[in-house]
Design a protein around this ligand. Structure first.
Ligand SMILES: *Cc1c(COP(=O)(O)O)cnc(C)c1O
Length: 232
């Protein structure tokens, strides 16, 4: 089932990429494996997936220890400063940086471990009360503050768009994200690149790609629904 889902997802990605004048080589698929057992990740690994996304530090570290070392781990969930130390040196990218204090902690731990850590800034694109993330209008100022920190590198932006029934409803937010990313890139801030635009989940990744996403985070569409039992 996972193998079949992956094939379908990759086909959908290629189709959406084509619509935006790109190919699937331009889009990174992060398989969101939170709550799923090692056997599920291993199946995806066996058919070539190397990028996995997790939203809990403990779970990411446990899976890191038990699976092949050529896996690239993406931290996509809200991150507390006191847990940063466990991630540094293990993660390829932290997608969910939403404050200067968190970036400072990532920098401090990276220096300590002599590591270079790539991060994305998480944007609250729809201004939802319930969500983490930076307001679009505050983003550039924060980029400038984080850019000067040692051993931490902003590679782009990430967003979790509103939960909707139809992906079309989120198209405006994906357009807003693309514009924000282009606007920041034009500022040419030292130590900052805007190459990565992490947006799009199972329900809306095709729309996100059409609007310029370079990285989609797909969980349910690959591994099936997460039951409450999975989460515990
Ligand atoms: C769980 C999660 C996803 C994947 O969601 P699906 O709807 O299962 O594809 C993507 N991004 C983040 C930040 C998540 O927490």
């Amino acid at each position: 089932m996972i193998t079949q889902n992956l094939k379908q997802t990759q086909n959908n990605i290629a189709e959406a990429a084509k619509k935006s004048g790109r190919t699937s080589d331009d889009i990174l698929l992060v398989a969101v494996s939170k709550t799923k057992p090692l056997s599920a990740l291993q199946e995806a690994y066996n058919v070539g997936i190397r990028d996995f996304g997790e939203n809990k530090v403990q779970e990411l570290c446990d899976k890191y220890d038990q699976l092949p070392k050529d896996i690239r781990w993406h931290m996509i969930g809200h991150l507390q400063r006191n847990k940063v130390k466990y991630l540094i040196g293990k993660v390829t990218m932290i997608h969910s940086v939403d404050s200067l204090r968190l970036a400072e902690e990532i920098s401090k731990e990276s220096v300590k471990k002599d590591a270079q850590t790539d991060i994305l800034l998480e944007i609250n694109c729809a201004g939802e009360e319930s969500k983490f993330g930076i307001r679009p209008k505050d983003t550039l100022a924060l980029v400038r503050q984080i850019a000067v920190l040692p051993n931490v590198h902003i590679r782009g932006l990430m967003t979790v768009a509103p939960l909707t029934q139809t992906p079309e409803e989120n198209r405006v937010y994906f357009q807003l994200m693309k514009k924000l990313s282009v606007d920041i890139a034009q500022e040419s801030v030292d130590n900052v690149s805007m190459d990565v635009l992490s947006m799009g989940m199972t329900i809306d990744y095709q729309t996100a790609i059409e609007e310029g996403s370079t990285c989609v985070r797909v969980g349910t569409g690959i591994f099936g629904t997460r039951t409450v039992a999975d989460m515990e």
